[in-house]
Design a protein around this ligand. Structure first.
Ligand code: KIV
Length: 289
């Protein structure tokens, strides 16, 4: 190896942009653009607190989403609709504090951006200044394009979210699969192109037929992030409580559970309570003298 040829470590850094390749700084929108060019797939998870976010950061998850799914998955609401800006700022700041390397994207919650691009800018700035996130996410395609444009012009990286948009749960009458039928599929393509044109660095495709998600992914230059969008998107996102088996009851069809944390945690709590009841805890090694 001569002085000008790259060392194995440099080689690694140039061949791997995300997993293991970004170690001493946060992942950026440029890393994600490079990953798309290289066909490198990546995973995104939601996080709502510093402790859990730290675990995912150490595990090498390159992008963490402080989703407004915090409403149903963390704060005990039935939908994402009641989530407020103050709650998003508090949760996002905790996730930023708990991580070193992941890009942190925070959701603009329902009612925090739909009024006008100026309202979107005001609240995106809060998430960046008060919580320290690196990007924001908002729902809507063509209908949100003007807001995305203003945010991007102002230097805010924006992840868009189209297909099933959970903030519209009451208008949709539930959480139906989107993009079925010719007209709906064309609208989804128009939405995807509109957010790309407006400057979004990435777009979430939720609950759309796999074939349509593949078509959108092929036609866009920015990375697509699928959730219920089949295997051919550039990235995948799951709500962490679904992924790790913390969610009570049924999870959506598109979820794969990688652990049964609810059973593990419940078992630990029951064992602890039983030890306290019988006097087995605390033992001598847990006591000061
Ligand atoms: O809020 C959220 O968790 C989301 C994901 C489902 C993409 O928007």
């Amino acid at each position: 190896m001569n002085a000008s040829s790259p060392s194995p470590a440099q080689n690694q850094a140039t061949t791997t942009t995300l997993y293991g390749g970004v170690t001493n700084r946060r992942v950026t929108v440029r890393d994600l653009a490079t990953a798309k060019q290289r066909g490198e797939r990546w995973a995104m998870l939601t996080a709502y607190d510093a402790l859990t976010a730290g675990v995912f950061d150490e595990a090498g998850i390159p992008v963490l989403l402080v989703g407004d799914s915090a409403g149903n998955c963390h704060l005990g609401y039935e939908t994402t609709v009641p989530v407020t800006m103050d709650q998003m700022v508090m949760l996002s700041a905790a996730v930023v504090r708990g991580t070193k390397r992941a890009m942190i994207v925070a959701d603009l919650p329902f009612g925090s951006y739909q009024e006008s691009p100026a309202q979107a800018m005001h609240n995106a700035a809060r998430l960046m200044k008060e919580a320290g996130v690196g990007a924001v996410k908002l729902e809507g395609g063509e209908r949100s394009a003007r807001s995305i444009e203003l945010l991007v012009e102002a230097g805010v990286p924006v992840m868009a979210h189209i297909g099933l948009t959970p903030q519209s749960v009451h208008a949709l009458g539930g959480y139906p699969v989107q993009g079925r039928g010719d007209e709906a599929a064309h609208q989804l393509l128009r939405d995807a192109k509109a957010v790309q044109q407006a400057g979004a660095f990435s777009v979430v495709l939720e609950a759309v037929p796999a074939e349509l998600a593949a078509q959108v992914t092929e036609q866009l230059a920015i990375p697509t992030v699928g959730i219920g969008g089949g295997p051919d998107t550039d990235a995948q996102v799951l709500v962490w409580t679904d992924m790790a088996g913390m969610t009570a009851g049924r999870v959506p069809k598109f979820v794969k559970q990688y652990a049964d944390l609810r059973a593990v945690l419940g078992g630990a709590a029951r064992a602890y309570a039983e030890d306290v009841r019988t006097g087995a805890f605390p033992a001598a090694e847990h006591s000061f003298h």
